[in-house]
Design a protein around this ligand. Structure first.
Ligand code: GAR
Length: 205
């Protein structure tokens, strides 16, 4: 069985959607650990209520490059038996860019959810970017994490229509509902070994 780790920075609603699907035995993974880089992340309490171990690897005040921090993450992950052989690391609102070393270590075993139809609107405030651009549709994307920002091979996407009176808040809410559907689905596909990658493309069997 795959040992699942979820990395969060805040609310943790995607984490909750995944953990609830795991609890319902819909996803064949062991929910091993939830790690936050922020001690006050709301998601930590939710994970604890769901009976999942939590840890804080604080990022504030860390000196050195990204790898200095990510090294600490790798230690906690490996201590909890989330390894490059049996692990899956899901970024769920984890607001840090991973170092190339971390990505190399867990190559092909890191997933992320992004609140836009990539490659449109990568980075921060994607819902605001979509509204300001004036697109008629946006949505969300689950993708593998590679060395770029929101550039890895796409696994699943869901589309949301933008209404004339949408605000950043209303659009974010509708997109989030779709995030809660496709992220657990993508984790399930990974756990069942149904995702193959060929260059930039993924093939779902
Ligand atoms: C989600 O909307 C997720 O897509 C977004 O942060 C939110 C986290 O919410 N992630 C990014 O913008 C990453 N670039 P959550 O903590 O409730 O899952």
């Amino acid at each position: 069985m795959i040992n699942l780790a979820i990395l969060i920075s805040g609310r943790g609603s995607n984490m909750e959607a995944i953990l609830r699907a795991v609890k319902k035995k819909k996803i064949p993974v062991t929910p091993t650990i939830v790690i936050s880089n922020k001690p006050d992340a709301k998601g930590l309490k939710i994970a604890q209520k769901l009976g999942v171990k939590t840890a804080v690897v604080e990022s504030a005040g860390i000196k050195g490059g990204r790898w200095e921090y990510d090294k600490k993450l790798v230690s906690v992950l490996e201590e909890n038996n989330v390894t490059p052989k049996n692990g899956l690391v899901c970024l769920a609102g984890f607001m840090r860019i991973m170092s190339p070393e971390f990505i190399k270590h867990y190559r092909g075993r890191i997933l992320n959810i992004h609140p836009a139809i990539l490659p449109a609107f990568p980075g921060l405030h994607s819902q605001r970017q979509a509204l300001e651009y004036g697109v008629k549709y946006s949505g969300c994307t689950v993708h593998f994490v590679d060395e770029g920002v929101d550039t890895g091979p796409i696994i699943l996407q869901a589309v949301v229509e933008i209404k004339d009176n949408d605000t950043e808040e209303s659009l974010s809410k509708r997109i989030l509902r779709q995030e809660h559907k496709i992220y657990p689905q993508a984790v399930k596909l990974f756990a069942e070994g149904k995702i193959k990658t060929s260059g930039r493309k993924t093939i779902i069997s």
